[in-house]
Design a protein around this ligand. Sequence first.
Ligand code: NAI
Length: 427
Amino acid sequence: MSTYPPIGEQLDDFESAREEGRRKMDWALQHMPILRELREQFRESKPLAGQTIGMAMHVEAKTANLVELLALGGAEVAITGCNPLSTHDDVSAALDANDDITSYAKRGVGEDDYYAAIESVVDHEPTITVDDGMDMVYAIHEDYPELIDTIVGGAEETTTGVHRLRAMDDDGELRYPVFAVNDTPMKRLFDNVHGTGESSLATIAMTTNLSYAGKNVVVAGYGYCGKGVAKKAAGQNANVIVTEVEPRRALEAHMEGYDVMPMNEAAEIGDVFVTTTGNRDVITREDFEVMDDGVLLANAGHFDVEIDLDALSDLAVDEYEARDGVRAYEMADGRRLNVIAEGRLVNLASPIALGHPVEVMDQSFGIQAVCVRELVEHGEEYDAGVHDVPDDLDREVAEIKLDAEGVDIDSLTETQAEYMDSWSHGT
Ligand code: NAI
């Protein structure tokens, strides 16, 4: 049993924190038509009655509305953060004040408390897990395998979590079904691309009070997130440079009109660096050695391993907080290299970070909610392993959103549907 307490037992000013957190949640909910629609449905039919949901996610206002939706659906929910720097304590307090929810998330916890909080969530004996990065699934498989028999399934939010789950699945180690929420169109085409692009760039600009116009912005990795960062940086008049290891992605970036080159060449000319690879050691010592004075280094990938901060610290003769959320590393020759948000995912970990725009998370969390409902209603149809989100669930969420936006679309006529299904029509 973990002794790590809920946030309600940790904050002196719990009441005022709770009120401020509620205000943030209310604002977000006004702009989340999908979650509002699902709230109506869940409140009415209580599809999650009797379930206990254990969550490790970025605890801020948008996530909080998902958590409350799951509780409205009849579940008991226990949640903690999935990154030591992304929690908003006031939002965590607002959640913890709900009788059906216990929140252990607290900003700025050290490694021991981070994992102790995950343990506290697991102590609730979840029947469903919802993760962003796979820490909850990992903790259960490693330390609490006895819970697995009663777990119906899980849902995973991000690329890195899905990578880890697929690796676990390939090794035959994943012992319950998990939906790859990240990979479904309603999530990945919007959250990873537009969400990461907009919120990472906005956070870097706000944290530093600097502009992109006329600068060389180096984007490491041209996957879904990298595409978003590159496109939005170009839209703010930056010259975009892409680094890649995958030839087709590199070619895509080249055909999009961006400069493509190895990191060590980009390091010589870049002004702002944003890593989006989900990999480690993407910017390393040999890159720091050739960078200009004043460069900004930020990571938008899930873990803080993309920029080699140990090597940077090693090279530095001095380190200091240049601004809130900006740590300057001064080199022997006087150059200052500035790391934002400790190299943790910048759009959530910078002191002023708010994460993705609300509209985008409405979609991602709409998918999370229908996946949890699917596990309760049809969990026995899914074997242990990683599963794509069923297409009809993805469409359901898209339809709610289009409806909310007042956008009508055509539908196939019977003849068209037949034509599309047929292989016998030729020229
Ligand atoms: P992705 O798999 O579509 O793209 C990653 C790209 O990085 C690939 O094209 C890969 O070839 C490239 N890459 C790998 N190693 C590299 C290296 N050493 N140098 C250059 N390129 C390299 O993944 P996606 O969806 O773009 O996600 C990337 C990361 O961002 C993941 O860690 C994911 O969890 C995280 N993420 C962060 C979000 C945020 O809010 N900041 C939101 C969504 C995802």
